[in-house]
Write a protein that binds this ligand. Structure first.
Ligand code: AMP
Ligand code: ZN
Length: 465
């Protein structure tokens, strides 16, 4: 079975065949570190984590690069407003980003290059383009002449017939209506304050698009396998990256362009500019675990728009609880008689899971397979038809699945120990008929999010999600 992904370049699902045997090289446009990322941004990064983990599940070695955009129009504006240096300003949001991705269970990429540390590579790329007649200078600004590059517009399916010759755009972000020669390098002006580099191109700073071309090619080579981002990156960002890289090298830049749809709110893209966004911190402050956000984002196929609501998030938390309860109960399961049925249930689940993800990473169908599996194994348990060996195989299947979904919340050992000590104290208090003390301990545990259940076999506990 082979993985197929929808390639924006060809507008079709294609089987993924890496350039190098068994090794996938992929680039992911990372955050602009001018503020906290919102959960819309994390939809894109969670999709990329799913892709990365699934490629590993399929047996590939993965080299992933995610850049950190720490110099662009927005970071400069931010540091100027705050009156701090660019580095100080972006360092804060870089850390916040890594805290968030850890909470969301996103596996770390192999490289996180920062734009400010690759200015030399960017300058070289402009010079290379200049040598090919694909960069021109006006007042210290360097532009890419899109009319001279025949493939421009291929990725974004642009109609360039109405293009105004010589029109130029200097901002990093713009809409299709403004398609024009775009800035590779921007000469310093007073709005940039003390943010500039003295280079062979003059005093200035790179454009956002140039950063990704220079850093992706540095770490992954001039041609690599997969480039990802949200659909809003297709134009102008990825169209410009492709023009710069292919213009400079004369080679194909990327084989598979894969884009995830937006997280939307009331029909509009979640974004800072519309002020309709939640950061991960906002969600945590409302009492939801980060893993419920991960669940919510994975439960919809990445090419479907996903409407964010708190009802949806609550439903995700419930699904997450079922998933974790199933796993934890299986671990505590003593085992009964073998039925011989479990083997086929497990095989069906693993096959269904893989077939769904092979089909353009259909995570919502894959999760449907997992819940069918949960239902079937629970039925075997209820009918005393699951032996401890079969139970272990079911656990093994869950762990295989979870290497991709990463939804099992693994309790920290030391925190668990603290809970267990309190439960022992409560049991001792109850034995002494000291019910006041026992109740006090129960409510303390409840405050810690721990729920108790007294069973004939002793007190069981679980963490509230
Ligand atoms: P930015 O920091 O704006 O460059 O965005 C970082 C990543 O988040 C890019 O891949 C965007 O395509 C993606 N993105 C931004 N807003 C949303 C959204 N509402 N839903 C999904 N992805 C988004
Ligand atoms: Zn990029």
């Amino acid at each position: 079975m082979a993985l197929r992904l929808y390639n924006t370049l060809t507008r079709s699902k294609e089987e993924i065949k890496p350039l190098e045997d068994n090794h996938i090289r992929m680039y992911t446009c990372g955050p602009t570190v001018y503020n906290y990322a919102h959960i819309g941004n994390y939809r894109a990064y969670t999709f990329e984590d799913l892709l990365r983990r699934y490629l590993k599940f399929k047996g590939y070695r993965v080299t992933q690069v995610m850049n950190l955009t720490d110099i662009d129009d927005k970071t400069i504006k931010g540091c100027m407003e705050k009156g701090v240096s660019l580095n100080e300003y972006t360092a804060f949001y870089k850390k916040a980003f890594f805290d968030d991705i850890d909470r969301l269970g996103l596996e770390r990429a192999e490289h996180y290059p920062e734009a400010t540390k690759h200015i030399a590579e960017m300058v070289q790329l402009v010079k290379r383009l200049q040598g090919k007649g694909l960069a021109y200078e006006i007042n210290g600004n360097y532009y890419f002449p899109i009319a001279k590059y025949p493939g421009y517009g291929k990725l974004a399916h642009l109609d360039l017939s109405g293009l105004k010759a010589g029109a130029r755009i200097a901002t990093d972000e713009y809409e299709k209506e403004s398609v024009a020669d775009f800035a590779l390098w921007k000469a310093w002006d007073e709005n940039d304050g003390d943010v500039f580099w003295e280079t062979e191109l003059g005093k200035g700073r790179p454009g956002w698009h140039l950063e990704c071309s220079a850093m992706s090619m540095k770490y992954l080579g001039e041609t690599f396998d997969i480039h990802t981002g949200g659909v809003d990156n297709i134009f102008p960002h990825h169209a410009n990256e492709m023009a710069q890289s292919e213009g400079a090298t004369g080679k194909k830049f990327v084989n598979y362009w894969v884009h995830s749809e937006h997280l939307i709110v009331d029909g509009r893209k979640m974004s800072k500019s519309l002020n309709n966004y939640y950061t991960l911190r906002d969600i945590l402050a409302k009492g939801y675990p980060a893993t419920a956000v991960r669940y919510l984002l994975l439960a919809t196929h990445y090419r479907q728009p996903l409407n964010f609501t708190f009802e949806g998030l609550t439903a995700a938390r419930n699904g997450l609880e079922r998933y974790n309860d199933f796993y934890n109960n299986l671990r505590d399961y003593p085992g009964a008689n073998a039925s011989g049925e479990a083997g086929s249930v497990i095989e069906r689940a693993l096959n269904g899971f893989e077939m769904a993800l092979d089909d353009d990473l259909n995570s919502s169908a894959a999760m449907g397979e997992v819940f069918d599996f949960i239902r079937d194994i629970n039925r075997l348990k209820a009918e005393n038809k699951l032996s401890s060996e079969e139970c272990n195989s079911a656990l093994g299947a869950m762990e295989k699945i979870d290497a991709v979904l990463n939804l099992i919340i693994r309790n920290q050992k030391s925190a668990d120990r603290e809970v267990e000590i309190l439960i022992e104290q409560r049991t001792a208090a109850k034995k002494k008929q000291d019910f006041v003390a026992a109740d006090k301990i129960r409510s303390r545990l409840l405050d810690m999010g721990i729920m108790l259940e007294d069973t004939p076999a002793g007190t069981k506990w679980k963490r509230k999600l």
